[in-house]
Write a protein that binds this ligand. Sequence first.
Ligand code: SF4
Ligand code: SF4
Length: 244
Amino acid sequence: MTDSVQFACTGCGKCCTGHHVPLTLDEARQWAASAGQVVVLIEAFVVDGPGMPVEQREHVLRRSHPVACGDTEARVSVTFAAFNPGRCRNLDDNDLCTIYDQRPLVCRIYPVEINPHIPLRPENKDCPPEAWQQGPELIHGTQVADPRLAALVQASRQADRDDIAAKVAVCQALGMTTSALKGNGFTAYLPEMGAFAAALAQVPADNGARWTLHVQDDELTANLQGHGLQTTCEAPVYYAFIGF
Ligand code: SF4
Ligand code: SF4
């Protein structure tokens, strides 16, 4: 457990390179409107069953949504993220953010963790060593020390809860209905942005789509099918399976 962490951003820009930045629904609309690409990341679990991290029960339930899968129900968590395989499109040649005043919530929160079950570990972050040797206290005990930053973290968690039903409806409208099992991997889609923006502009109604879980492990497949879940191990065409 972390007792106290001090921090001051050095402006190195590393967190703006090679990171897919999770977006709220409104931020995803803005990203699409400015011709940015969104990547959709999906993972699923069964309540008190496969894929559910028991110690994070409340957290994962609140940011997930029930969907039909096989002859039972799974819950899916959906992340809409700015697709940044290299430098973020908003990072200029001087490593400055060109949309600084309108940057996404997650950009304002980094390097603090949003998941309350993940402690901040400087060694897992992109920030250089000197960033952790200067500045005000960032973490005190297990709490974010700055109340304004703590409020941003809460706002991000709340957006995850508020947005999940709409995100699932958008996925279903665009046929993005294959998920990985939480803890085993996730599926990643790069939607055509015209269709994605249109769906976001007017969030579609839940069309009752049936979902499938992508797994590549025979034992896990048998386990999931034993729970009544629909699975596939076919080579993906319209998405990528990112296994752990
Ligand atoms: S939007 Fe700005 S702060 Fe966020 S990753 Fe891009 S350049 Fe960095
Ligand atoms: S990696 Fe850390 S130090 Fe560098 S710009 Fe991002 S938050 Fe600041």
